[in-house]
Design a protein around this ligand. Sequence first.
Ligand SMILES: Nc1ncnc2c1ncn2[C@@H]1O[C@H](COP(=O)(O)OP(=O)(O)OP(=O)(O)O)[C@@H](O)[C@H]1O
Ligand SMILES: [Mg+2]
Length: 243
Amino acid sequence: MVDKVIQLRDISFYYRHGNRVLDGLNFTLRQGERIGFFGPNGCGKTTLFHLIMGLIKPASGIIKIFGGQVSEEKDFRPVREKIGFLFQNSDDQLFCPTVLEDVAFGPLNLGKKPKEVRQIVRETLETLGISNLENRISYKLSHGEKKLVALATVMAMQPDVLILDEPTAGLDTAAAEWIVEILNKLNLTSIVTSHDMPFLTKITEKIYGMSEGHISPADKATLHSHMHVHRGGLHPHIHSDEG
Ligand SMILES: Nc1ncnc2c1ncn2[C@@H]1O[C@H](COP(=O)(O)OP(=O)(O)OP(=O)(O)O)[C@@H](O)[C@H]1O
Ligand SMILES: [Mg+2]
């Protein structure tokens, strides 16, 4: 098995008519690592993920995945079968009329038999606690429901590696805790971005800060929890920023 799952060397990227988003960025994800990315809005986290998945191409630099250089669409196709990518915006992930069809799409595309796919869909929805959504119309789901179904479409592919862009944004406390449990049980090589630092610390072992197109290890000493008081505190809740 290849040790270096993802290698980015000297990656620069800018959107047309936009400023440079990534500037000589270097990053390596090794087998078994679970890495979190933390950074302000617009610092380039989603852009970086889209580059890794081949949805956009770097202006310069080299991307290697599973040890092989990837640059053209044909190089990325097999990558997408092994790396499960959760889009930040669930509407980019769900395109079938119903939840059942959306979750079945990936495994069917991998060539699995309809009977097996049926079983995978059932189990995946069950694991995520959303069996009740199976026959719902995808685009009519709530924001949080869409997020969970989008995660189901990723998990149904039974990927070796996970890249999750804001997996708990918009989820209630119980659903977010459930996601923590599922991800820790799966224990897959992964990269996750979130604005919720406590969540990130629960599901990753290393956190990188991202700013101005670069990645740097987050100072461990800044990660802490503290007592706090505020209105509504009796209800279970998650803080997006522990300051
Ligand atoms: N399609 C696009 N065309 C032009 N500029 C874009 C496009 N997509 C993103 N950008 C810009 O690139 C920068 C990086 O965006 P990106 O979505 O990667 O940030 P992010 O770190 O994921 O932010 P957030 O935390 O809000 O999700 C931002 O300034 C954004 O406005
Ligand atoms: Mg983003």
